[in-house]
Design a protein around this ligand. Sequence first.
Ligand SMILES: NC(=O)c1ccc[n+]([C@@H]2O[C@H](COP(=O)([O-])OP(=O)(O)OC[C@H]3O[C@@H](n4cnc5c(N)ncnc54)[C@H](OP(=O)(O)O)[C@@H]3O)[C@@H](O)[C@H]2O)c1
Length: 307
Amino acid sequence: MAILDGKPVAEKIHGLIKDEVAAIKKEHGQTPGLTVIMAGDNPASHAYVKSKSKLAEQMGIRSNLLKLPADAQLEEIIKTIEICNTDARIHAVLVQMPLPAHLDSWKILDHIRPEKDVDCFHPFNLGMILLGRSRIFPCTPAGILEILDYYKIDVSGLKIAVVGRSFLVGKPMAMMLSNRNATVTLCHSKTAKLEKITIDADLIVAAVGRPGFIKADMVKPGVILIDVGINHIRHEDDFVANCQPSQYEGFKKKGYAITGDIHFQAYAKASFFTPVPGGVGPLTVTMLMHNTLELCKRSLSVTRDEK
Ligand SMILES: NC(=O)c1ccc[n+]([C@@H]2O[C@H](COP(=O)([O-])OP(=O)(O)OC[C@H]3O[C@@H](n4cnc5c(N)ncnc54)[C@H](OP(=O)(O)O)[C@@H]3O)[C@@H](O)[C@H]2O)c1
């Protein structure tokens, strides 16, 4: 059982990004620019936005936050996006989720121009992934492929179960793995006899949002486990059911523990697994920086556009 540690993968990519950002500044006099649009005051969103701007600063990327009130209307947000769409200093635009309940996320996301769509949620960009022609990918699945590449895990010919079909993780992940010649089964809450699919899988990607959802008896020995889940455990009973005893001290100190969608007893049967925290998590913000750089390079025609 070997750990697929996300940190060295993220650090390697950080080094490459920093070098490329410096080269773009020198050769083109441009600084890659990321703008985050946030409506409302969701505390978790604040923490995410802070971590994005901190990493951007470390990478030499210019980031700025446009804050709108919680009662902002659709038109106001669309107007803000359109200003970003036409500002040449902004190469990447991100609308922080979740948006306040009265707003229709899709109506908003569709307004980000595909060439500035750093999260890769625009239908054009998702369509390009489906066709196997995209050069940027949603951050979390992109980070997972980086982990697999770093640890030299070739998915070609593997039977893969992706559990969870969100547009953020599961659906693009399934397409991206299929484009790498894996045989992928995309599972969801209506999947019948899920355990028959997971036990047969050579690799499982779990993005469900339920602590310890994939149990040890649902996986075969030697399986590769990619755990996307980030679940906050606050109650003692849930801790005992889902977390490793080694996490107890931290749990008591902080009042919560973070655990994934794959039960730690399943990790013990795996040949490789990504831990939570420290596996997939560090790559998501890293790939946001990578995508910002990529969009900037495209705007400068440093890279060719899609084939
Ligand atoms: N590490 C990172 O950087 C990162 C990034 C993004 C997300 N996450 C974490 O990953 C998890 C998933 O996130 P998400 O945004 O993809 O979640 P989501 O939008 O809530 O989607 C959850 C998916 O799980 C499926 N599901 C729910 N119950 C199920 C069941 N009993 N059996 C099989 N499938 C079931 C749902 O199926 P239906 O479609 O049928 O409802 C849905 O497709 C969360 O813990 C989130 O915090 C982590």
